[in-house]
Write a protein that binds this ligand. Structure first.
Ligand code: PNW
Length: 506
C-alpha cells in the first residue's frame, strides 16, 4: 500500500514475527462469544490540537493550548507542544487511508475553532481553515467513512479566553455563532455532531490548573464553566433544530466522560449512596439537565448546603431559569460516552483534585485491577458494563455510542496490553448489549494515532498507530492493536481464533 513508507513496512514485518506467539498470550481474555449486531458502528477518534500541527499556518489564530505550551513549556511533562504533533494538517490523507484500511464506518475528529475564526469571532472567518476541513470531510466521504465531528475539543481561541473563556456566560453566544458557521459550511455532508467533548474536563481547567487555560478558580470556576457549556450546548441544539435539521437531517449530542463509581462495600447502604452521589456529581452534572431537566437534585442540595455553611450569599452551583431548563431538556439525539476507568468509593475526602470535594467521596482501587503508565487509567472492564446499565436505568435506555475508550502505554509496537484493554472493554459492551439489553450502537477507540496527550505531552501513547515524533516526517507505523481492531471490525467478533490465525494483510 503506497501510503505507508517502506521503512514502516519493514518494521512492521519484523515485529509481526515476534507478535504471533505473544498474541496467543495476550488474547486469553475470555470472550463472551457474542457477535456485534450487524448495524453496529466502529470508529476511531482524534482531536484537532492533539494531531494537526500547523499551529500558525494558513491564517490559523492562537488558541489556549498554543498559548499555554509556548508560554509555560515547563508545565508539560516533556516540555513539548502541538506545533507539529502528527502533522495531520498535511497528512490527513494518510490518516484517512489508515481509517479506510481498518474498514471503519466512521472517524471522529474535532474542528479547531481558531482555524475557522482566528479570534473566535465569526465576522472574521479564515477561508483557508474552512477549506482544510472541507478537504478532510471530502476525503472521508470519498472513502465511505462517515465523519463524526466534535465542534469543541478543549481549544478555545485565546482572544475568547482573554474575555474570560467558559466562565463568561457570553461564550454561549460566541459558540452558537461558531456552530452556525460549521452547519453552514459542512452540514451538507456532516450528519453526526458533538458540541462539546467532556465539558467536565474543560471545567477542571478553570478549577485546579488541570489543563489550559490553567486557572485555579476552585469550584466556583468549575461550576460556572460547566454551566456556560450546558447553555451553549442547548443553544446550538436549538439552532440546528430550528434552522438546519429539516434540510440536513443530522443528529447532535455531547460527549460525556467520567470515572464510574462503585461502592467500596457493595453491602453497605452508605457506600451505595456515596457511589450514586459521586456518579451524579460527575456524569449526572451534564446528563441530568439534558435527559431529565436541571442539575441532579443531590448535587443541587449538597452544593447549596455547603455554600451556605461557608457563608456565601449564593450557591457556587449556578441556577438555571425555568426557560433554560426547558431549552436544555431533550437536547441529545444519542448518548455519547467517553469512558476509561472505574473507582470504588466510600464517604470521605480524596486528595486527588480530579474528584470533586463537594461530593465527599474517597476513592480506592482493587489490587487485582491492572494498571497502565497513566496513574488514572486503571483497567476495570466490569465498570464499563455496570456504567452502561446505570445509563440505561437512569435515562430510559437511550441509544449510546462510546465516543472514546482506549489505553495508555509507553509506545511499544507490540501493544498487547492495549489489545487486552480494548478486547475486554468490547466484551463488556457485548455483555451489556446481550445480557442487560443496553442500547449501544457504536464504539470508538481512542485513538487512531499516538498524539499530544495534553499535560503529558508525548510521554503517553494511545494510538493503534505509532507516530515517530522525533522524525520531522512523522512516519506512521502500525501496532499489533491495529491488526486486532481491524479484525474485530471485519468479523464483528472477539473470538481468539479469528485473530490469531489471520496474518496482517499489508
Ligand atoms: C480524554 N479521566 O480525556 C480526552 O477526550 C482525550 O483528548 C484524551 O487524549 C483521552 O481522554 C486520553 O486521556 C480524559 O480522568 C480525561 O477519567 C480524563 C479522564 C479520562 C479521559
Amino acid at each position: 500500500m503506497q501510503y505507508f513508507s517502506t521503512s514502516a513496512l519493514k518494521q512492521f514485518e519484523m515485529f509481526k514475527i515476534a507478535a504471533v506467539g505473544l498474541l496467543i498470550i495476550s488474547s486469553n481474555i475470555l470472550s463472551s462469544g457474542y457477535k456485534f449486531p450487524d448495524g453496529f458502528m466502529f470508529g476511531a477518534s482524534t482531536a484537532a490540537y492533539q494531531i494537526e500541527g500547523g499551529w500558525n499556518e494558513d491564517g490559523k489564530g492562537v488558541n489556549i493550548w498554543d498559548h499555554l505550551t509556548h508560554l509555560r513549556p515547563e508545565l508539560i511533562r516533556d516540555h513539548s507542544n502541538g506545533d507539529v504533533a502528527c502533522d495531520s494538517y498535511h497528512k490527513y490523507k494518510e490518516d484517512v487511508a489508515l481509517a479506510k484500511d481498518l474498514n471503519l464506518q466512521f472517524y471522529r475528529f474535532s474542528i479547531s475553532w481558531s482555524r475557522i475564526a482566528p479570534s473566535g469571532e465569526v465576522h472574521k472567518l479564515n477561508p483557508e481553515g474552512i477549506a482544510y476541513y472541507n478537504r478532510l470531510i471530502d476525503e472521508l466521504i470519498a472513502n465511505d467513512i462517515v465523519p463524526l465531528v466534535t465542534m469543541y475539543h478543549w481549544d478555545i481561541p485565546q482572544y475568547l479566553q482573554d474575555l474570560g473563556g467558559w466562565v463568561n456566560p457570553i461564550m454561549s453566544d460566541y459558540f452558537k455563532e461558531y456552530a452556525r458557521v460549521l452547519f453552514s459550511y459542512y452540514g451538507d455532508r456532516v450528519k453526526w455532531w458533538i458540541t462539546f467533548n467532556e465539558p467536565m474536563e474543560t471545567s477542571k481547567a478553570y478549577s485546579f490548573n488541570g489543563y489550559a487555560p490553567y486557572l485555579h478558580l476552585n469550584n466556583t470556576g468549575y461550576y460556572l464553566a460547566g454551566h456556560t457549556q450546558l447553555i451553549a450546548h442547548s443553544k446550538v441544539y436549538h439552532l440546528y433544530n430550528d434552522e438546519f435539521k429539516d434540510k440536513q437531517q443530522g443528529k447532535i449530542s455531547l460527549s460525556l466522560n467520567g470515572v464510574f463509581f462503585i461502592p467500596k462495600d457493595e453491602q453497605s447502604q452508605d457506600d451505595i449512596n456515596t457511589a450514586e452521589r459521586a456518579n451524579q456529581f460527575e456524569r449526572g452534572w451534564f446528563s441530568h439537565p439534558v435527559y431529565k431537566g436541571d442539575y441532579p437534585p443531590v448535587m443541587r442540595q449538597w452544593v447549596d448546603k455547603k455554600s451556605k455553611k461557608e457563608g456565601r450569599p449564593w450557591s457556587t452551583l449556578p441556577t438555571f431559569t425555568k426557560k433554560e431548563i426547558e431549552l436544555l431538556k431533550g437536547t441529545a439525539d444519542f448518548y455519547a460516552l467517553n469512558h476509561y476507568s472505574t473507582r470504588m468509593v466510600t464517604h470521605g475526602s480524596d486528595p486527588n483534585p480530579n474528584y470533586n470535594p463537594d461530593a465527599e467521596y474517597a476513592t480506592f482501587v482493587d489490587k487485582s485491577w491492572p494498571t497502565s503508565v497513566a496513574s488514572w487509567l486503571i483497567v476495570v472492564p466490569e465498570g464499563l458494563k455496570r456504567l452502561l446499565v446505570w445509563i440505561k436505568n437512569e435515562y430510559d435506555n437511550p441509544p449510546v455510542i462510546i465516543t472514546e475508550n482506549g489505553f495508555a502505554d509507553n509506545g511499544t509496537l507490540n501493544d498487547f496490553e492495549r489489545i487486552s484493554y480494548v478486547k475486554s472493554h468490547l466484551n463488556a459492551t457485548l455483555q451489556a448489549i446481550f445480557e442487560d439489553k443496553c442500547n449501544v450502537f457504536g464504539y470508538t477507540v481512542w485513538s487512531l494515532l499516538d498524539n499530544f496527550e495534553w499535560m503529558d505531552g508525548y510521554a503517553y501513547h494511545f494510538g493503534l498507530v505509532h507516530v515517530d515524533f522525533n522524525n520531522p516526517l512523522t512516519p506512521r507505523t502500525l501496532k499489533a492493536s491495529y491488526q486486532f481492531f481491524k479484525n474485530v471490525v471485519a468479523t464483528h467478533r472477539l473470538d481468539d481464533s479469528s485473530f490469531t490465525t489471520q496474518s496482517p494483510e499489508l
